[in-house]
Design a binder for this molecule. Sequence first.
Ligand code: KIV
Length: 284
Amino acid sequence: MDRKPVTIPAIIGKKNSGSKITALTAYDFSFAKVLDATDIDIILVGDSLAMVALGFPNTLPVTMDEMIAHTRAVQRGARNSLLVGDMPFMSYQVSDEQAITNAGRFLQEGGAAAVKLEGGVRMAQKVRAIVQAGIPVMGHIGLTPQSVHQFGGYKIQGKNLLQARQIKQDARELEKAGAFAIVLEGIPDDLAQEITGCLKIPTIGIGAGPHCDGQILVLHDLLGITQDFTPKFVKRYANLDAEIKKAVGQYIEEVRSGAFPGREHSYNTDKNPLKKVDDSRGNH
Ligand code: KIV
């Protein structure tokens, strides 16, 4: 598909035109290439990499070096979608300097166009510092997975008045700090609607209902590859786990039975050169 590279002004423009922003995660070159050939607006190299690709129980252990390596791989496949790198736990919390340096690595080494980081009011100064360094930032508030221990699990946020007010304030402060978009994760849909209505920058929802300016999902959830707990907000558009197991099962059966590889998957020369030598020697 021939399409123009997606830019940050184009993403912001979608809010004004009312056309929904579409976003998915990717962690490697092959999937990035497939996604980029669709019309997807944003590819996020999420720190969900820790769970989906590296097998950790949460997102906390993934390192900057791992995130950069995967962002580089995704970048080689993503020519047109807007590429966003997710700042891992403890790569931006310590100081403005740390936040700017690590955000810069995503652009310089990873080839991303922007970074995402978790936190609202408490992280607004880090967002401001990164944006002032010329690096676009996507915010992420609500159920922020890097705070799993503080929350005592992956619990929907913003269900009581105090929390809801805080999340709205988080959104406002991120916008003031210069974020170009905000991921709203795991909050009630009416709160997401209210926040979306009071911001000039777009909101991108995951488990935040239908009223956001766009949606994001973890690719492996959408494809039905992840088999563990599936949150309510995930819709599986395919069941690749079953498809992959079926294909691999068939392969095993055919290798064992000798049905694969057949002649059509083998390199046949008209005459086996070794046999030709043997023939000329009268060896049959
Ligand atoms: O890490 C991730 O994949 C994310 C998105 C799902 C928002 O942060």
